[in-house]
Design a protein around this ligand. Structure first.
Ligand code: SF4
Ligand code: SF4
Length: 432
């Protein structure tokens, strides 16, 4: 999927981020049509609108019921013109959608209005975050309110600002341009959880960003920076939490008194708490050598990726065959078609020209995959066990601890897709 190196240590200083990092954010806020998936993370959403209904910006249009309800709001005003039309989703699957034709009037839903934040309790903040459909924008897309609880002994809110994977710069430009919303968002998350400390974990090499954050936090004594090393995957949640809290844990960060949110999630919390504004826009990185002008783009959620790519200048002229990746190069999904929805979970789109046919070779026993695995697995042994369908061995090799970071595939000189195979081995073992 991605051009591989034969190095064993991924020490990313720039990580191709310069392609989009310094361009101003452009806005794609007038799509003619928007599409809202009726399926996210394999969970169905129920449409609350019918064909022919008129909707407003920020109006609730679908709901996922069950243990952790989640909500979707229209990002435009206009008319619902179809329900159940199948469209490509960033997960790589076709999903049913609600299709809305934009009337370009930007008529706002009446509920979107300023809140008196001084009077909001922890529970009020959690309810607002829930009702505004805020989800984790680091890729997981899990409803954010589920992590919050003022009675959970949380002492620290950690913002994972590592943006670890190469190429992606959406969080970087968000922090440069929206730092005050980020800081206010952290303070609301602290209040929601009764936490006394906020921490922004950012990589050291972003010296300008570090200075910008330090300056912005100068008069704020309960939010500080935590500087991470310039290695991948220093942005792995467990790595950050264990360093900030100086404690190890097995399951969730709450076990050691922490809640972790992504940068854009905290900004969305701020907009929800202050204006009752649902999650209807986000910044997505469009980058890679296959694009004429890589950029960070503020989009209406539900827009189509191919229209956004046309808007920012399109593909390079001599682009023939290319890899289109939804998400980062290490953990994203290879996508076949570019008419894909810019859904809440989409953080970046990378277009890479195919330089040559990459043929998988037999394992040469170099041991690089085992050497680099951050959770000390042996991917090649797991692959061998998977090839033999030896479930007992897969369990013994602890494949379940794989966090799908992609490093083993990245370093393998034989171009073996170890991450995919370890993931399949986990699924096989978990079926038992
Ligand atoms: S993808 Fe899994 S097995 Fe491969 S290096 Fe990362 S954690 Fe280890
Ligand atoms: S799979 Fe084999 S060739 Fe590839 S990194 Fe592991 S030991 Fe080396």
């Amino acid at each position: 999927m991605f051009k591989k190196s034969s190095g064993t240590l991924i020490r990313e200083h720039s990580g191709h981020k310069g392609l989009s990092e310094n361009s101003p954010i452009v806005e794609f806020l007038k799509p003619n049509f928007v599409y809202f998936p009726l399926m996210e993370n394999n969970c169905p959403y129920e449409s609350l609108v019918n064909v022919g209904d008129k909707v407003k910006v920020g109006q609730l249009i679908s709901i996922k019921s069950g243990r952790f309800p989640s909500f979707t709001h229209s990002s435009v005003s206009g008319e619902v013109i179809s329900i159940d039309k199948k469209m490509w989703h960033p997960s790589g699957k076709m999903v049913p959608t609600i299709e809305i034709k934009n009337d370009l009037q930007e008529t706002m839903f009446e509920e979107i209005k300023d809140n008196d934040v001084s009077n909001l309790s922890s529970k009020d903040i959690i309810n607002i975050v829930k009702n505004c459909g805020v989800v984790g924008l680091g890729g997981a897309c899990f409803p954010t309110y589920v992590k919050y609880n003022p009675d959970n002994n949380i002492n620290t809110i950690i913002i994972n600002a590592a943006e670890c994977e190469p190429y992606i710069t959406a969080d970087y430009v968000t922090m440069i341009n929206n730092v005050n919303e980020l800081i206010r968002g952290i303070s609301y998350i602290m209040k929601a959880n009764n936490a006394s400390r906020g921490v922004i974990a950012v990589k050291k090499y972003h010296t300008e960003l570090v200075e910008h954050l330090q300056k912005s936090l100068a008069n704020i004594n309960n939010i500080s920076l935590f500087l991470l090393d310039n290695v991948y995957p220093a942005g792995w949640e467990k790595y950050i939490v264990q360093r900030v809290q100086k404690k190890t844990y097995k399951g969730l960060p709450a076990e050691v008194g922490a809640v972790v949110n992504n940068v854009q999630t905290a900004v969305s919390v701020c907009q929800a708490v202050e204006k009752n504004m649902p999650l209807i826009e986000k910044i997505i990185t469009f980058t890679g050598k296959g694009l004429k002008e890589p950029k960070n783009v503020r989009v209406k959620i539900g827009s189509l990726v191919n229209e956004i790519i046309d808007f920012i200048g399109g593909y390079i002229d001599d682009l023939e065959d290319a890899y289109l990746i939804a998400g980062g190069p290490m953990t994203g999904n290879a996508i076949v078609f570019d008419n894909m929805i810019a859904a809440k979970m989409l953080g970046s789109v990378i277009v890479m020209p195919k330089e040559k046919q990459e043929v998988e070779l037999p394992c040469m026993g170099c041991g690089k995959c085992t050497e680099i695995c951050p959770v000390f697995l042996s991917p090649i042994l797991i692959k061998n066990a998977y090839d033999d369908k030896d479930v007992e061995k897969i369990i013994k090799l602890d494949a379940n601890r794989c966090m799908a970071c992609g490093l083993c595939s990245y370093v393998c000189p034989s171009r073996i897709e170890l991450t995919d195979i370890v993931t399949r081995a986990k699924t096989l073992a978990n079926k038992k």
